[in-house]
Write a protein that binds this ligand. Structure first.
Ligand code: A3P
Length: 302
C-alpha cells in the first residue's frame, strides 16, 4: 500500500504478530539466513520500552575493557546505540539477504522487537543470551504514540490518541499484541533463566546500579570493583544517562538511525508514569483491564 502506518489496516499478521511490510520482509530473511554465535547477545523488547537505553548499557558493560566509560570519545558518544547494536529486522532487504555483520566484534550485540516464538532456531539452539526489557504498557503506549507522530507521518494516516489507543489495547498495532511479546519472553525467562534475563524499565530506572551488576553477572562479566575501580558503574550510568544520551544525540544530529530516523527522536522524557498526563479515566480503566486479562496469573505485574 502507498500509505504506511503502525496500526491496522497498514500492518500484516505473521506468526500471530503484526508487522509493517518492510519489517516483515526483513524478518523472513533473518529467519532464513541468520546464524547465531554462542557469544551473541540479544537485546529484545517491544518498541518504546527502553531498548536504546539497554542497548547502550549493555554495550558499555561488555566493551568496558576496550572503551573506558569515562573516555571522551567513547563510541556511544560519537555514534549511537542503534548503530553499535543493530536491529535484526530493520534493514534494507532488497536482496533477500541479511546485512553483513562481519564488522561487529565478538561478542556481537543485536537488538530485536521480534517475539521469542519467531526467533530463528539458531538463536534458540545456540548458547547466545537474550536480555529482554519490558515497560508498563500505559507508559509504553504514550511513548509509542509520540514517536509515531514524530516519525511516521507524512506518509501515514493521522490517528487521534484515542483511535491509536483503541488499536494498541486491542492488540492491533505494529509488533502487537503487546501481551504476546511480553509473555513469551517472561515465560522463557522463567524456564531458562541462564538464557533469558527479563528486566523492567521501571526497575532499571529505580535502581540502575543493581541491574547493571545483574546484567554483567548474567553475561559472565561481573564487575570486579577492586580491580576496575569503585566508580566504574557510576561512570557507566552517567555515560548512558538520559541527559547524556540526549545531549550527544543532539550534537550528532546528522547520524541517522536505521537509515531513516533521527537519533534524537529516541529521547523524549525518559520517565516512569508519564501516562497520567495523557490518559483519561476510561483509558486507564480499559488498558488496566486488558493487562489484568492477558497478564494476570502470569506472575508479572507493573
Ligand atoms: P519516553 O517516550 O517515555 O520518553 P526505545 O528505546 O525502546 O525506543 O524506548 C524509548 C523510550 O525510552 C523513550 O521514552 C525514551 O525517552 C526512553 N529512554 C531513552 N533513553 C533513555 C535513558 N538513557 N534513560 C531512561 N529512559 C530512556
Amino acid at each position: 500500500p502507498r500509505e504506511k502506518g503502525w496500526f491496522k489496516p497498514y500492518i500484516y499478521l505473521y506468526q500471530h504478530i503484526w508487522y509493517a511490510p518492510a519489517q516483515l520482509q526483513a524478518l523472513i530473511s533473518f529467519q532464513k539466513h541468520f546464524q547465531a554465535k554462542d557469544s551473541d547477545i540479544i537485546i529484545a523488547s517491544l518498541p518504546k520500552s527502553g531498548t536504546t537505553w539497554l542497548k547502550a548499557l549493555t554495550f558499555a558493560i561488555v566493551n568496558r575493557n576496550r572503551f573506558s566509560p569515562s573516555k571522551h570519545n567513547h563510541p556511544l558518544l560519537i555514534s549511537n546505540a542503534h548503530e553499535l547494536v543493530p536491529f535484526f529486522e530493520f534493514h534494507d532487504c532488497k536482496t533477500n539477504q541479511i546485512p553483513d555483520f562481519s564488522n561487529l566484534s565478538d561478542p556481537r550485540l543485536f537488538g530485536t522487537h521480534v517475539p521469542c516464538h519467531s526467533l530463528p532456531d539458531s538463536i534458540t539452539m545456540s548458547r547466545c543470551r537474550i536480555i529482554y526489557i519490558c515497560r508498563n504498557p500505559l507508559d509504553n503506549f504514550v511513548s509509542f504514540w509520540f514517536f509515531y507522530n514524530k516519525i511516521v507521518p507524512p506518509l501515514s494516516p493521522k490517528l487521534s490518541l484515542e483511535e491509536a489507543f483503541e488499536r494498541y489495547s486491542e492488540g492491533n498495532s505494529v509488533l502487537g499484541p503487546f501481551w504476546t511479546n511480553i509473555l513469551g519472553y517472561w515465560r522463557q525467562g522463567k524456564e531458562t533463566p541462564n538464557k533469558v534475563l527479563f528486566l523492567k524499565y521501571e526497575d532499571l530506572k529505580g535502581d540502575t546500579k543493581f541491574y547493571l551488576k545483574r546484567v554483567a553477572e548474567f553475561l559472565d562479566c561481573p564487575f570486579n570493583l577492586a580491580e576496575e575501580g569503585n566508580g566504574v558503574i557510576e561512570k557507566m550510568i552517567e555515560l548512558c544517562s538520559f541527559r547524556k544520551m540526549k545531549e550527544s544525540a543532539e550534537l550528532n544530529k546528522k547520524v541517522k538511525v536505521m537509515q531513516k530516523y533521527e537519533n534524537k527522536d529516541f529521547f523524549r522524557k525518559g520517565e516512569v508514569g508519564d501516562w497520567v498526563n495523557h490518559f483519561s479515566p476510561w483509558m486507564k480503566e480499559k488498558l488496566s483491564k486488558v493487562i489484568e486479562e492477558k497478564l494476570g496469573g502470569s506472575g508479572l505485574s507493573f
